[in-house]
Design a protein around this ligand. Structure first.
Ligand code: DC
Length: 267
C-alpha cells in the first residue's frame, strides 16, 4: 500500500501517532517503515535515553545523580538520516548512533530511564519534535505521558520469547547458544524495570490499539500500522473542522515547548 498523499486533499494538520511497546517489539523497524510509507517523520525516543546513558557511562555520572544526568541533556541531539528519520544520535555534534546501541548501554539504560528528573527534562524535547504533526513517535510512554492527546495510539506487543528470538536472529547468533539465553534474560530484566518504574511505566494507554505481533511477518505488522494511520486520517478528514490546538498532540500549550534546536524539528 502506498501513501494516498497527492490523490486527496491533505488533512489540516498531519497526524501525531504514538507507537509504544516493550524492547525489541519492532517499534523502530515497523514505525520507521510505516512512517516512510505515509510520508511522516519518525522519531525513536529510546535513542534519547540511550544517548544520555552512553554519555553518563563515559563521564562516570550515575543514576544516583539526577542533576548530573539532567546536565547531559543539552549535549544530546537527534538528527535525521538520509530518509528523514530522526534515528541518528549526535553528542556534541559527533555521530554516536552505533555506540548508543551497544551492550553496555543495553544493560544500564533502563535504570537511567527510570530517573524522574531525567524523564521530566526530556519531555519538552519530545513534545517539540512532535508538535508540527506528521510524525510517528516511538517509545514506552508516548501515548500515556509524552503525547496524551496523540491522534492515534498504537501499542506493539509480542511475548518476551518471540522478541528474544527476533533479536538473536538479527544479531546472527545461534538460537540454542548461551548468547540467546542471555538476550532473553536481559529483555526480561528490562521489561520488568520499564514496567515497574514509578514514573511513566511501560503500559498501553487506555485508548491505544494493541497490535499483537507474535508469529506475524514484519511486513504484516507494517501493513497494520499503515492501515491504522490511513484510517485515522480518513476519520479526521471526514470530521467537521475544529480549531487547531497550538501545539497539537502534546496535551500542553505551545508555550511550554522549548524552542526548536539543531536538526530535531527538521523534516
Ligand atoms: O526502545 P529502546 O530499547 O531503545 O529503549 C531504551 C530504553 O529507554 C528502555 O529501557 C526504555 C527507555 N525508554 C523510555 O523509558 N521511554 C521512552 N519513551 C523510550 C525509551
Amino acid at each position: 500500500m502506498s501513501s494516498t498523499y497527492g490523490t486527496k486533499p491533505r488533512p489540516r494538520r498531519e497526524l501525531v501517532v504514538a507507537l509504544d511497546g516493550p524492547g525489541s517489539s519492532g517499534k523502530s523497524s515497523v514505525g520507521s517503515a510505516a512512517a516512510l510509507r505515509v510520508g511522516f517523520r519518525f522519531c525513536d525516543t529510546g535513542l534519547l535515553y540511550r544517548a544520555i546513558t552512553w554519555l553518563a557511562l563515559a563521564r562516570g555520572v550515575t543514576s544516583a545523580d539526577p542533576a548530573g544526568l539532567r546536565s547531559l541533556v543539552p549535549e544530546v541531539e537527534l538528527a535525521a538520516d538520509e530518509r528523514g528519520r530522526l534515528s541518528r544520535v549526535l553528542v556534541d555534534g559527533v555521530d554516536h548512533t552505533d555506540d548508543v546501541r551497544g551492550p553496555q548501554v543495553d544493560l544500564a539504560v533502563s535504570v537511567v530511564a527510570a530517573v524522574p528528573e531525567l524523564r521530566a527534562a526530556l519531555l519538552d524535547r519530545q513534545r517539540t519534535i512532535a508538535a508540527p504533526g506528521g510524525i510517528v513517535m516511538a517509545g514506552r510512554d508516548i501515548g500515556t505521558v509524552v503525547l496524551p492527546d496523540a491522534d492515534l495510539k498504537l501499542f506493539l506487543d509480542a511475548s518476551v520469547e518471540e522478541r528474544a528470538r527476533r533479536r538473536t536472529q538479527e544479531r546472527g547468533l545461534d538460537a540454542s547458544g548461551p548468547d540467546a539465553g542471555e538476550i532473553l534474560a536481559a529483555l526480561r530484566r528490562r521489561d520488568e524495570l520499564d514496567a515497574t518504574r514509578a514514573v511513566a511505566p511501560l503500559r498501553p494507554a487506555p485508548d491505544a490499539r494493541i497490535i499483537a505481533t507474535d508469529g506475524n511477518r514484519v511486513e504484516d505488522t507494517i501493513d497494520a500500522v499503515v492501515s491504522a494511520i490511513l484510517d485515522a486520517e480518513a476519520r479526521r478528514a471526514a470530521a467537521p473542522e475544529a480549531a487547531e490546538p497550538e501545539a497539537a498532540g502534546t496535551g500542553e500549550p505551545a508555550a511550554t515547548a522549548e524552542p526548536a534546536t539543531g536538526s530535531e524539528p527538521h523534516r
